[in-house]
Design a protein around this ligand. Structure first.
Ligand SMILES: [Zn+2]
Ligand SMILES: [Zn+2]
Length: 110
C-alpha cells in the first residue's frame, strides 16, 4: 500500500485568511509567521491535497522548527535560520510541539 501524504491547512489569526497550505510558514496575505499554537486541519478535497511524488520528495517526516530569535519557520533540513541565521540548537525545545502540529505529516492509507 502506498502511503499518501496530505497537506494540511491553517488559518491566519491576524488577517482571517483561511486555507493556507501547511508548506507556508507565513500567511500568504499579511506575511505574519503562523503561531506555535496554530491548528491544522484536513482539506475537504483530500485528493487535491495529496502531495505528488515530486512534492513528497521535497518534504520529510521531520518537524519544521521555529526560530527563537525572529520567530520564522524553518524546514527540518535547515541547520540555521533562513532569515536571521539563528542557531537551530537554541530552538530545540520547539521540535516536539511543532511535530504534532505540522499539517504535512498527515499520512493516510485508503
Ligand atoms: Zn494573515
Ligand atoms: Zn531566525
Amino acid at each position: 500500500m502506498e502511503e499518501k501524504r496530505i497537506e494540511g491547512l491553517w488559518d491566519c489569526v491576524y488577517c482571517g485568511r483561511t486555507g493556507i497550505k501547511a508548506r507556508f510558514g507565513e500567511c500568504i496575505s499579511c506575511g505574519r509567521a503562523r503561531g506555535i499554537e496554530t491548528v491544522f486541519y484536513l482539506p475537504d478535497d483530500l485528493d487535491a491535497a495529496t502531495l505528488t511524488s515530486e512534492e513528497k520528495a521535497q518534504t520529510t517526516n521531520e518537524p519544521d522548527w521555529l526560530c527563537e530569535y525572529c520567530g520564522a519557520y524553518n524546514k527540518s533540513t535547515a541547520t540555521c535560520c533562513d532569515k536571521c541565521a539563528g542557531d537551530r540548537e537554541s530552538s530545540k525545545s520547539n521540535y516536539g510541539m511543532l511535530h504534532k502540529l505540522t499539517g504535512k505529516l498527515f499520512g493516510k492509507n485508503r
